[in-house]
Design a protein around this ligand. Structure first.
Ligand code: SF4
Length: 379
């Protein structure tokens, strides 16, 4: 083996912090070259460009996990996203059936920076959820409630839904999942994004006075009167995405006043007041497809994460694409994954000394898969 193909000994993280982007790029590419198909790098749509350049797949969290699960030669995944996404990848690539088919070998999943969490997922801690379920049971029959969690949630919450007859949804299939849930029970408890839950339920014709918001920090029935809970068909967990919460109705008004012909395109994690004023609302995939299918000269103001909008702007110079907010709305936690963290984690992976391994315990994974499989059967 020539010296050019030798793997360097992995170093403490501080070493990588001191390297320039060109050297980090070269070292990441070298690991990829040496590991070949044994390594899969996944890059979420909201990830910064320098990291995306190294990704084997770019997509939303669910698409990415499915892509990795389909790669038989894969031994290790570096998930350039946030914590719950790496958990989902671990759950889907390491089901008991898949591990058995590999002769007992697990795929190692790493998150290059453990501080890359999701503020929305963190708003629904499993202890809060268990308490809320018990408190709800003092007012309504929880056998008549389907818990539904957005995929942007911890594995423990997905498992809670699996154990209680519930299901996972994405922003693409939330409507179909709620239809499934209402075919089984009269009520839904929707985690952790109140906006996706409210926007979807309203499109289904459920009036606002048949919804309530459960505040996990309010010990008195989540801040609800008993009568309101009894009347509610949709109980929305009080969580939100700190990125999409920054888009405001007045931003829509400003674009309509200043850019004639503009179409407003927003993600359903935005507040209802923004969605109500938008021309189109849909998932990340919907946003990408809608812009790709639009004729040259189309004008858009888009309400979703900054890196995705900037990439759309670069990829579609024939259209006018603007970011809906005057302030920067980017996923700051995902942004923590940079070239230094990626290089650090890859060189450790290659040396069989993985750092930041994401491993969901078997019991949690089993119930989370149950909830994910229910979703797959729906959509
Ligand atoms: S954009 Fe919002 S929901 Fe998505 S990972 Fe970041 S904080 Fe979480």
């Amino acid at each position: 083996m020539s010296s050019a193909t030798l793997a360097p000994a992995p170093q403490p993280f501080a070493h990588y912090r001191g390297l320039g982007d060109a050297e980090l790029d070269a070292r990441i590419a070298a690991v990829r070259g040496r590991m070949g198909p044994r390594l899969v790098i996944l890059g979420h749509h909201y990830q910064q460009d320098g990291v995306i350049a190294h990704a084997d797949f770019q997509g939303d969290s669910y698409q990415l996990s499915k892509s990795a699960a389909g790669r038989d030669a894969c031994e290790a995944i570096a998930f350039c996203g946030v914590h719950f996404m790496a958990e989902t990848a671990d759950i889907l690539v390491n089901t008991p059936e898949k591990v058995a088919a590999r002769g007992g070998r697990r795929v190692t999943v790493v998150l290059p920076d453990m501080a890359a969490g999701c503020s929305m997922a963190d708003m629904a801690a499993i202890e809060q959820v268990e308490d809320a379920w018990a408190d709800l049971g003092t007012v309504i029959d929880t056998a008549d409630v389907t818990p539904v969690t957005y995929i942007n949630s911890a594995a423990s919450l997905k498992a809670f839904c699996g154990r209680h007859g519930g299901i996972v949804c994405t922003s693409s299939n939330a409507r179909a999942v709620l239809d499934w849930a209402f075919a089984r029970t009269r009520r839904v408890l929707f985690f952790p994004d109140q906006h996706l839950g409210r926007n979807t339920a309203r499109k289904m014709g459920i009036p606002l006075d048949e919804m309530c918001v459960w505040n996990p920090h309010d010990p008195t029935l989540g801040g609800n009167a008993r009568a309101q809970l009894e009347k509610s068909r949709v109980i929305l967990w009080q969580g939100h995405c700190s990125v999409h919460a920054m888009f405001r109705p007045e931003h829509v008004d400003a674009f309509r006043a200043n850019l004639p012909g503009v179409q407003i395109l927003v993600h359903p994690e935005c507040a209802m007041e923004v969605v109500d004023k938008a021309d189109l609302t849909g998932s990340t995939s919907f946003i990408l497809k809608t812009v790709a299918a639009a004729p040259p000269g189309s004008k858009w103001a888009i309400g979703t994460e900054l890196h995705l909008v900037k990439r759309l702007e670069q990829n579609h110079p024939e259209q006018t694409i603007r970011f809906l907010s005057p302030t920067i709305c980017m996923c700051a936690t995902m942004y923590r994954i940079d070239l230094a963290h990626l290089c650090w984690s890859l060189e450790h992976l290659e040396a069989c000394k993985p750092v930041n391994v994401i491993r969901v315990d078997d019991e949690t994974a089993r119930w989370a898969v149950t909830a994910l499989e229910r979703m797959l059967a729906v959509s």
